[in-house]
Design a binder for this molecule. Structure first.
Ligand code: SF4
Length: 732
């Protein structure tokens, strides 16, 4: 058999579901008939560490060490028998295999508890309202985090779930520190990692190993993998690519990096990988390589064969999740919030609706790079085909669309296609809070299985949103979040502080608006990020235009993306981090809305200038937009029943047609004039989602008039027809 390509995701990404990059590449290689095997060393290393044997070895190693232990570590070590006895059951529970164990875990007193449980005491009130399964998952997560703290303190200071040795990789302008760490003997985690790597190499006997490094937290382990392969399999070339290379390594010039990898590719992996395989097989020379760094004569050289073009999105095949141990992934709940936990709880098939971002204007974003700049959407048909294939392969019908910002028009088409095919799926996506997320679009998305969206509100300040070129206002975000929430779609907002020129006042006012959004119930979850200036964003490219200065001009020889900057106008941004995050954690649990904002900070902050009813006022303003004649009308409800009824008032009698709609949880009835009701009934049957073409409002109007009826607007825009969105008559 032809030797395969071994695709590796090095530790650690998320533990609840495979990171999709190698699945995308394997899906592409399938279309070319190239054999590939993939593995997620993150989940495999984790499972080998967190089992009875792994913990016995860990505690033995800790006890062999001579360092004095902290009080927390001492407590964990003292309770080691309890950890040995429970770890296999806890992992099986988090893999969804022992659901009844939830009762013992949630009841407390079964699992040993150390430092991480202090936060649980703080949130006791929120915790009490959780279901038993979630409560048990959260306790089990804290239990694993206690063990993680022990590992970090004693045997491996780099350890952290999903962000291993991240500090070494972050802003590593110079390769020195990483190189130095890699020359040290293998750490505790490294030893487990290479043990598994050795098994993979022996089993796959690959002709090429490709390491996918999406985040800084995977870099160190990928280098360790490369180092070990080069020492033990010197004939097998090692390639590296992925999000970290795409953003950080574009100006790479340090040749020492090639002591660990032979090739580093940039941007989309399909065409570079195909060329690389042809090169390894001896069919093309180095000049045939695409977007690939190599070391040549002791220096770094970049090859980019311009004759070789990239593949279009429709040509790259369906992500292939075979080889992954799909039933062994671990669901965790780190933050007690139903929206927040989507990232770590549950198995999600990952897909994108488009390549790149359809907006592509935000001034803090890497909009000059391929993964944002080159926008190419898929069609809804291809997307749903891929979803069906992935359901068949993985047995899972949950999808996380990981686009930077999914286009609303494609979300609409996707939802319609899902409904047309009567596919039962659950999905969520990243979006921009566009005003096109109307009430009816949100209802359509919900009906198709959309349960949540996340999007960037960034700084809740219209001045700064303008500077960011986000193309949204705070009022618009509030209305969109209301439409989503009322449809039953949870909303998570990415928030930013420290944007260039952002003042103390703007930071506090932004917090106040966020507080009001939570209090109004239109936002369920959020996260604050400190603004980072990146080399490939408009601000990084032209800092003076945004009132900031780079700390130094010179670029390093290794990673170059995050740029240190000075904001001479704005606030001391870093000092706000702790207070903002603490306030948010409470708001996410619907608590402390009445606290004065000053209470979250241990330094003096300005009083907010935002009126306390700002968001409430925005949400109570009537939203009226005239429907365009070419807007679409669709019916996604069940066939209605009709009954002629006689109404009487003050001695007069007249006939009406009562139309009854069976909704999931109740019935909905409207009464209309008989002739118009008969037309409406016939219309609903003709504009269902199963029709090949959606009707426009103009077509509906023409049809109404052809039926000899009058006063279309009066009928269409008034109660009761106007309320039929509840029954599934949607205006899109
Ligand atoms: S921040 Fe998001 S919406 Fe803005 S350009 Fe980047 S990817 Fe697009």
């Amino acid at each position: 058999m032809q030797a395969p390509v071994l695709l590796i995701t090095p530790p650690f990404t998320q533990l609840n579901t495979p990171y999709p990059a190698t699945a995308y590449l394997k899906g592409f290689l399938n279309t070319k008939g190239i054999a590939a095997h993939q593995c997620d060393l993150g989940i495999e290393t984790t499972l080998r560490m967190f089992c009875r044997r792994g913990l016995e070895q860990l505690f033995a190693e800790v006890l062999r060490g001579n360092e004095e232990l902290s009080e927390n570590a001492t407590r964990i070590v003292t309770l080691r028998e309890d950890y040995h006895d429970t770890i296999d059951d806890v992992i099986a529970f988090l893999q969804g295999k022992r659901p009844t164990l939830a009762h013992r875990i949630a009841g407390r007193g079964f699992l040993p508890e150390a430092g991480r449980f202090a936060q649980l005491e703080d949130l006791q009130w929120a915790f009490g309202s959780m279901g038993t399964q979630d409560r048990a998952k959260h306790i089990a997560t804290l239990y694993l985090e206690d063990l993680s703290d022990l590992i970090q303190e004693t045997v491996d200071p780099h350890f952290g779930f999903s962000r291993y040795a991240e500090r070494l990789a972050r802003s590593a302008n110079s390769f020195d520190e990483l190189h130095e760490a890699l020359l040290q003997p293998l750490s505790y985690v490294d030893r487990i990692l290479v043990e598994i790597l050795e098994e993979k190499m022996n089993a796959a006997k690959p002709k090429l190993v490709a390491l996918s490094v999406p985040f800084p937290g995977n870099l160190y382990t990928s280098l360790r993998c490369g180092q070990w392969i080069k020492q033990n399999y010197p004939g097998v070339p090692v390639a590296m690519g992925g999000g970290f290379a795409n953003t950080e390594l574009r100006s790479l010039s340090d040749p020492r990096v090639f002591d660990y990898y032979d090739y580093i590719t940039l941007d989309d992996g399909e065409a570079p990988m195909e060329q690389l395989i042809a090169h390894v097989d001896g069919y093309v020379g180095r000049e045939g390589l695409k977007r690939t760094f190599v070391r040549e004569g002791g220096a770094v050289r970049y090859y980019n064969n311009s004759a070789c073009t990239d593949y279009r999105q429709g040509q790259v095949g369906t992500p292939d999740y075979s080889d992954f141990p799909l039933d062994l992934y671990i669901s965790a709940i780190e933050v007690v919030n139903p929206m927040h936990s989507l990232w770590s709880d549950g198995r999600w098939n990952k897909l994108t609706m488009a390549h790149g971002c359809y907006w592509g204007k935000c001034t803090f974003c890497d909009i000059s790079l391929d993964y944002i700049k080159n926008y190419e959407p898929l069609t809804a048909g291809i997307l749903v085909n891929r979803m069906e294939e992935m359901i068949a392969q993985t047995g899972q019908n949950g999808f996380h669309f990981v686009d930077e910002a999914a286009p609303p028009a494609l979300m609409r088409a996707l939802a319609l296609e899902i409904l047309r095919r009567r596919l039962v799926v659950t999905w969520w996506a990243n979006v921009r809070f566009e005003k096109s997320f109307t009430r009816d679009l949100c209802l359509l998305l919900k009906a198709s299985g959309c349960i949540a969206v996340s999007g960037g509100l960034e700084v809740a300040s219209d001045r700064l949103l303008e500077l960011i070129k986000k193309g949204i206002t705070v009022a618009q975000v509030a209305r969109v979040c209301r439409n989503l929430s009322e449809a039953g779609i949870m909303v998570h907002a990415y928030l930013m502080y420290g944007f260039p020129t952002q003042t103390d006042q703007e930071t506090i006012d932004s917090l106040e608006l966020v507080r009001q959004l939570f209090e109004s119930g239109v936002l369920q979850s959020a996260f604050w990020h400190l603004f980072t200036m990146t080399a490939h964003s408009p601000i990084g490219l032209e800092p003076a235009r945004f009132g900031v200065k780079k700390v130094k001009e010179a670029v390093g020889m290794f990673a170059n993306n995050d740029i240190e900057h000075i904001d001479p106008v704005g606030a001391q941004h870093e000092q706000y981090g702790f207070g903002l995050k603490k306030a948010l954690l409470n708001y996410m649990h619907a608590a402390c809305f009445d606290y004065p904002l000053q209470k979250w900070f241990d330094f003096k902050v300005p009083r907010t200038t935002v009126a306390p009813d700002t968001i409430r006022r925005v949400l109570s303003e009537p939203e009226w937009a005239k429907e365009a004649p070419n807007s679409k009308v669709v019916y996604i409800g069940k066939p209605a029943r009709s009954e002629r009824q006689i109404k009487s008032k003050k001695g007069a009698q007249w006939e009406v047609l009562a139309l009854s709609f069976a909704l999931q949880r109740s019935d909905w009835t409207v009464q209309v004039e008989p002739d118009k009701g008969a037309w409406l009934l016939s219309l609903l049957a003709r504009i269902t989602v199963h029709q090949p073409q959606l009707w426009t409002l103009q077509q509906v109007r023409d049809d109404y008039e052809r039926a000899g009826l009058e006063d279309f607007e009066l009928f269409w825009d008034n109660k009761p027809v106007n309320g039929l969105h509840k029954a599934g008559l949607l205006r899109l």
